[in-house]
Design a protein around this ligand. Structure first.
Ligand code: SF4
Length: 627
């Protein structure tokens, strides 16, 4: 064992003695060893650590032992909350009484999560009351409350607001990074809430952020986040999609209108702002005819003409803004907004062979998006100069390669789970139901769901790949699941309240869609059965996936669709066993799994569970455990 690993393991031992239920976990110690060695050699490590391993301490302890700075990037808020409320305070306490060790951490969010003192001041002093004209009264009242709160709050951060506040009010008192001129040019730069949060982050050993902020930082030449020696991507199975989003550029008529509005506040010649706003409307019309389509490059002539028109007008506005002598906050904001708009316009037109351009309908408005087919090039520089730890409960096949790493699936470190899946779980594959498009399927599917729920006695999470199938099943089964069994639907109440109700009522079932495939942690008897109506293949009409399929050619299904389905299925199944005393059944009601060659690839994330096609075995499983 290397000295780095020895030091980290000794620290792990001292940390876990502070836990209420201190226990040595083989997988966690194994992970600590691997992470410590990766940090010592400055290499990239991909580690799969299943539920219950304690993977957060598995990477935090070696980081602390190495005395280096790190950014922990997560996908879900649930994991950020766990880090902030459990793991990081635990490490802080462990260090407080260990001579020679010091540790501090900070949470950092994107600029639009913090109050902007400049905006607050403009509204408070009446300088920008125009912004509140024609605004609903309740929004004006909320803005007033936020302005009062700005004088009391330490953080200025949206999640600390002690009263309910809507998006419209928050937008009035905050700024996106595309509008902020930067602290150096801002009269409130020194007391800016975002800048203070960045300062706290600069002084911390560990900074917690979400994937989106990390991806945007990569796009902005890594200027927002402080320098760090190590990055940890937890829940890394979601990284490819988020990086694809943050490296994309979107354009709508409304975005152009908003840049024009920003310019209007600073320009003496309103004609230029009016012309740009008019082009925004034209863009809406032109895009309307391409909704649902992938576009060729170069773009169709009418669209390219409208975009170059907008770029020309942005150029004129930019010149006019530069020629203005008095540097007001409005001028600085308008300059930032117009520059960012110009960048977006040029990125959409220049595209390139790795970009796919398409138009979608977003809440009734046409949106043009240029997104990268592959994200490897976005991350390559990061892998070269920063030690990276990539981890998740399930690492989809081929993911390291798609992220631009030269790590094969066989080189992924898989640490042992503390759970005995052979005893605690059963995988039931229904091979006797009609196939997804068969007219007989809905009735038979619903009957099988009812049968399974009667065997488990409730405590079932039933996951659907489509809202329509969920609604039909819920309508057909509500009140027919057995005496005292309550059926909750995903849209009955907000997710947090719904999960609390489901957790508290063991004689209940929760019918939900993909939003519940992850972020659901219901340990114990409240969840004994997870049902999936079918294999969660991705949608066929996703333009970005379509472009990836085209590129993959004949192997598209196995290299694009199957890994996505396998990762989703593993996430969904992962809801079942959360502690060493849990037990239960995962049921997949998709007969294609018994005949198609993709079975083992799709089921790789549940391969550790004993498998059956026989409903009687499900009955015996529950009978023996419910006795
Ligand atoms: S630096 Fe930017 S976000 Fe901060 S107060 Fe100034 S304008 Fe607002």
């Amino acid at each position: 064992m290397t000295p780095a690993a020895k030091t980290a393991l000794a620290l792990l031992e001292s940390v876990i003695t502070r836990l209420e239920h201190a226990e040595q976990r083989e997988g966690q110690a194994d992970m600590v060893r691997h992470v410590a060695d990766a940090i010592h050699t400055g290499s990239t490590l991909v580690v799969q650590a299943g539920t219950g391993t304690g993977k957060t301490l598995g990477y935090l302890v070696p980081i602390l032992a190495a005395g280096q700075t790190a950014v922990i990037a997560t996908y879900t808020k649930a994991l950020q909350d766990q880090l902030a409320s459990v793991d990081l305070p635990l490490l802080e306490a462990a260090c407080a009484d260990t001579p020679g060790l010091s540790f501090s951490w900070a949470m950092l969010k994107g600029r639009n999560n913090y109050l902007c003192r400049q905006r607050v001041s403009e509204i408070e002093t009446g300088h920008d009351q125009l912004q509140l004209n024609d605004v609903p009264r309740d929004v004006v009242r909320e803005v007033g409350d936020l302005i009062a709160w700005a004088n009391e709050t330490e953080s200025g951060e949206i999640s600390d607001v002690p009263f309910s506040v809507g998006d419209a009010a928050w937008r009035k008192v905050s700024l996106g990074s595309d509008e902020c001129p930067g602290a150096a040019k801002c009269a409130f730069g020194e007391t800016c809430f975002t800048e203070r949060a960045r300062e706290r982050a600069r002084n911390a050993n560990v900074i917690v952020v979400n994937f989106t902020l990390y991806g945007l930082d990569l796009e902005q030449d890594r200027e927002f986040l402080p320098h760090h020696d190590i990055v940890v991507f937890d829940e890394v199975h979601e990284l490819e999609d988020v990086i694809s989003d943050t490296a994309s550029v979107s354009l709508t008529g409304r975005m152009i209108a908003s840049a024009a509005e920003s310019a209007r506040q600073a320009l003496s010649k309103q004609k230029l702002a009016n012309a740009l706003a008019k082009t925004g409307k034209e863009l809406d019309e032109v895009l309307g005819q391409y909704v649902g389509q992938r576009l060729p490059q170069p773009l169709p002539a009418d669209l390219e003409g409208t975009i170059s028109n907008a770029a020309h007008q942005c150029g004129l506005i930019h010149d006019e803004l530069r020629a203005t002598i008095n540097e007001t906050p409005e001028l600085l904001r308008a300059t930032a907004a117009i520059s960012r708009m110009n960048e977006s316009l040029s990125k959409v037109v220049t595209g390139g062979s790795n970009m796919v351009v398409f138009v979608t309908d977003v809440r009734g408005a046409a949106r043009l998006t240029a997104a990268p087919k592959r994200v490897d090039h976005v991350l390559s520089e990061l892998w070269d100069d920063t030690t990276a730890i990539l981890t998740s409960a399930t690492i989809p096949p081929g993911l390291p390669r798609r992220l631009g790493l030269t790590i094969e699936d066989d080189d992924i470190v898989r640490v042992a789970s503390p759970f005995d899946y052979a005893k605690q779980s059963l995988l039931y594959l229904a091979d006797d139901l009609p196939a997804p498009n068969d007219a007989q399927r809905p009735a038979k599917l619903q009957a099988r769901i009812r049968e399974l729920i009667s065997l488990s006695g409730g405590s079932a999470l039933v996951l659907f790949t489509s809202w329509n199938v969920l609604r039909d099943a819920a309508d057909a089964l509500d009140g027919k699941l057995g005496k005292g069994i309550t059926l909750y639907r995903q849209d009955d109440m907000p997710k947090k309240a719904l999960l609390a109700a489901f957790r508290d009522n063991h004689a209940s079932c929760l019918f939900a869609t993909r939003g519940f495939f992850q972020g659901v942690d219901v340990p114990g008897d409240a969840l004994r059965l997870v049902i999936l109506d079918k294999v969660p293949f991705p949608a066929m009409n996703d333009p970005l996936l379509d472009a990836r399929r085209d590129e993959a050619g004949n192997s598209a299904f196995m290299t694009v669709d199957v890994p996505i389905a396998a990762a989703s299925l593993a996430q969904a199944a992962g809801r079942l066993i959360r502690t060493a005393t849990d037990h239960g059944v995962v049921a997949i009601l998709d007969p294609r799994l018994s005949t198609k060659r993709y079975k083992s690839a799709v089921l790789y994330g549940v391969a550790h569970m004993p498998e059956t096609n026989d409903l009687r075995q499900v009955q015996e499983f529950f009978a023996s455990r419910l006795a």
